[in-house]
Design a binder for this molecule. Structure first.
Ligand code: T1G
Length: 688
């Protein structure tokens, strides 16, 4: 046949094997020989049944995402599946690893699906700003019902083999040699004889769909979409599957897919798919890694506890160190409470909770860290305290142990320089809550050894984090750009914008919340302490803090919070305070629109990103996008600040930054030379 598709006839059962590493994507060079093989086998009288299987670690993980946006080469996936459904003899998909997107759609073209017990099945296209374009929106509801199909397709989350069997998506689940089981299954089916009904014709149950409940669920999902088009299109396509004849629904799916695949949102989300994978690639990919068996965490506060949970959840035994037994018990108590909340929400079983808690060993003795291969400190953000901790670590840690700091802005070169083994020192900047937030900023200090870096990048993947390697500067990538984004917030308030106007500009842009809502949620006192430590001021935020208004935790901040409420309401007292401070500075309020707010907050954000690339603090513009989408809620439909700059138009950003620079004289608006070059070349490539 071809390198990527082979056929073996096992006494009348033909096994078609797809082999396109690493994930058997349905690239054109797979589809063409696959189509030919299936046509030949359909018409081959010596073949009683057909099994479709895959070589390597997974079944087909989807269409080839790299082909999107290019002219489609025929046969496309729909043609392969449509042909498959013309096969009268039984066809069986043998699913191991993952059957995702076009892979599951190919399997839905078969009469039967059998799966390995560890397999996962799903249609994650919505995560790429798309919808299943190979008939999945029309065939899946015919097997699992409209409600379950809606959930699976709009969430994009895969389900396990057992759940898929229960839902009617797979016909049998096997342990052991799946291909042999599949061949026996196919042979038995063929022996029993047909007819064999293609999935497209199994619509008998669709009529029982409760459309009112369906529409209510779809409306609820739409509310959560925050401006993303794909979830709405997914819901519409599944509804079509219920209300329209098969071919009409399929045509409608095609039209929706064609619209989405050409959209900026899908281009942005596809950019992020590859950006996350690029971010984990270090120069010298075969750098040996150090063995990490046990992890130590110093400090059992909010950050330390969350970091310890992230490693325990990843299967690592954790030694948690505190200065006193009382503080240790408090920290372990918080961890147990967090797990109990997950159990009560059904996202964790009682057994799993106990297994994870069993991973923890509490201690107040630094000597207990001697058995750890990686030690992460999460103590108070003060250079003196950090150096004291690293000094103790230098004395007790075993040779080759990686010593990491969770500082979110302190100079890691200075910390490393304070001990005898700077090659083992790096930053692991987790985001709160550390057991939930996906982003991990890995800070490479000047002397960090390549194997230490490679080890923690690999470790991040094993604990389910998205890692981005950054250099040392104040605030690294994320917080440094956050400061640039926030530098005008107070000025905008003094000149006439209200906290809710600014926050609305952000939520309309697609953020989960605006800067003032975020400040109130995180606690205004954190920024206040940080500013005081650095001799900086923010006249309005400082005044609010002096009045004890720290945000949600004190019931009032920039907003007022009814008891237990998470959404605040505008507070006339705050607006009066802003007017008073403006008057003291002779600033007359004026109307400020959303566009100006975006220009004075997000354009400096992009500009700071450009400076970070110039200084090689980040290796790629796409790394910055991964930081902002996974750590700061930058809307995925815009691909991150650097990708968005391309959509917004770098030339426009430069022109408007120039405008605000002339008007305010502020450096934060001085266009970076790389941004100017991006405006000319369209590329962030610093070498271009
Ligand atoms: N197309 C092209 N390349 C892909 C790919 C795909 N579908 N999936 C993975 N890769 C590359 C990836 O970039 C990386 O490359 C390498 O494979 C290993 O991936 C018509 C519209 C399967 C769970 O969304 O979720 O079907 O960096 O590092 O952690 O309806 O890959 O080594 O050069 O992620 O073991 C729908 C996407 C497509 C699934 C494995 N399918 N893939 O995770 O490996 S749209 C998806 C994944 C579609 C149809 C539509 C994961 C994985 P490189 P990896 P992993």
């Amino acid at each position: 046949m071809s390198n990527s598709v082979s056929v073996v006839n096992e006494n009348g059962v033909a096994i078609v094997t797809i082999d396109n590493p690493p994930v058997n994507a349905l690239s054109f060079h797979v589809r063409e020989p696959l189509m030919q093989a299936l046509v030949d086998l359909r018409d081959d009288a010596s073949v009683a049944a057909i099994v479709i299987a895959c070589a390597g670690r997974t079944f087909v993980a989807g269409a080839d995402i790299t082909e999107f946006g290019k002219p489609v080469q025929q046969p496309d996936l729909r043609a392969v599946v449509a042909m498959l459904e013309t096969v009268a003899k039984p066809t069986v998909a043998a699913i191991h690893g993952t059957a995702l997107g076009g892979g599951l759609e190919l399997a839905l073209g078969c009469h039967f699906r059998v799966a390995d017990a560890g397999a996962n099945l799903g249609l994650p296209e919505v995560k790429l700003g798309l919808l299943p374009g190979g008939g999945g929106t029309v065939r899946l509801p015919r097997l699992v019902g409209a409600a379950k199909a809606l959930k699976m397709i709009v969430s994009g989350s895969p389900i396990g083999a057992a759940e898929a069997h229960e839902a009617g998506l797979v016909d049998a689940v096997f342990e052991g040699d799946l291909t042999t089981h599949a061949v026996n299954f196919a042979r038995e089916i063929a022996r029993k004889g047909g007819p064999f009904t293609p999935v497209r014709d199994r619509d008998e149950d669709l009529g029982e769909t409760d459309l009112a409940a369906f529409d209510a669920e779809a409306a609820d999902l739409a509310r959560k979409a925050r401006g993303l088009e794909a979830p709405l299109a997914c819901a519409q396509a599944v509804r079509n599957a219920v209300t329209l004849p098969f071919d009409e629904a399929l045509a409608a799916e095609r039209a929706l897919f064609a619209k989405l695949v050409a959209s900026d949102q899908s281009r942005a989300q596809r950019h992020l798919f590859f950006a996350e994978r690029e971010a984990a690639k270090l120069p010298g990919k075969d750098t040996p890694k150090r063995r990490i068996a046990r992890v130590g965490v110093i400090g059992a506060g909010t950050m330390g506890g969350g970091i310890a949970m992230a490693f325990a959840n990843g299967g690592f035994p954790v030694t948690l160190l505190e200065t006193s037994m009382e503080a240790l018990q408090r920290g372990l108590g918080m961890i147990e409470k967090n797990y109990a909340v997950s159990v009560s929400r059904g996202s964790l079983t009682e057994d799993a909770k106990h297994q994870r808690l069993a991973q923890f060993k509490g201690s107040t003795d630094y000597a207990d860290l001697a058995e750890c291969d990686l030690i992460i400190e999460a103590v108070f953000e003060d250079m003196g305290v950090k150096k004291e901790v690293f000094g103790k670590l230098d004395a007790v840690a075993k040779p080759g142990a990686i010593l990491a700091t969770n500082t979110s802005y302190l100079d890691i070169n200075e910390i490393a320089g304070s001990i005898s083994r700077p090659r083992d020192v790096l930053g692991l900047h987790f985001f709160s809550p550390a057991n939930v937030m996906k982003l991990l900023e890995i800070v490479r200090a000047d002397k960090t050894a390549p194997d230490a870096l490679a080890t923690v990048v690999d470790l991040a993947r094993r604990i389910g984090k998205v890692a981005v390697v950054v250099g040392v500067c104040h605030g690294f990538v994320g917080n440094r750009m956050l400061a640039a984004r926030g530098s005008e917030s107070e000025a905008l308030l003094l000149e006439g914008a209200t906290p809710s106007q600014i926050d609305k500009a952000f939520t309309d842009f697609g953020w989960p919340m605006g800067p003032f809502q975020m400040g109130d949620l995180a606690g205004l006192d954190i920024g206040w302490r940080n500013r005081k430590a650095r001799g900086l001021t923010a006249v309005i935020a400082d005044t609010l803090c002096e009045q004890g208004r720290f945000g949600q935790k004190t019931g009032r901040g920039f907003y007022l919070y009814e008891a237990g409420a998470r959404a605040g309401v505008p507070d006339p007292e705050v607006e009066a305070l802003i007017r008073e401070k403006a008057a003291e500075r002779g600033i007359a309020p004026r109307a400020i629109g959303a566009q100006e707010i975006i220009e004075r907050t997000l354009y400096p954000l992009v500009n700071e990103g450009a400076k970070i690339l110039e200084e090689k603090i980040a290796a790629r513009a796409s790394d910055i996008d991964v930081v902002w989408v996974n750590g700061y809620g930058f809307p995925i439909g815009k691909g991150g600040p650097m990708f968005w700059a391309g959509l917004e138009g770098a030339a426009r950003i430069v022109e408007r930054l120039d405008h605000w620079h002339q008007r305010t004289g502020k450096d934060v608006f001085m266009p970076a030379s790389l941004l100017k070059r991006m405006a000319e070349t369209g590329s962030w490539d610093t070498e271009a």
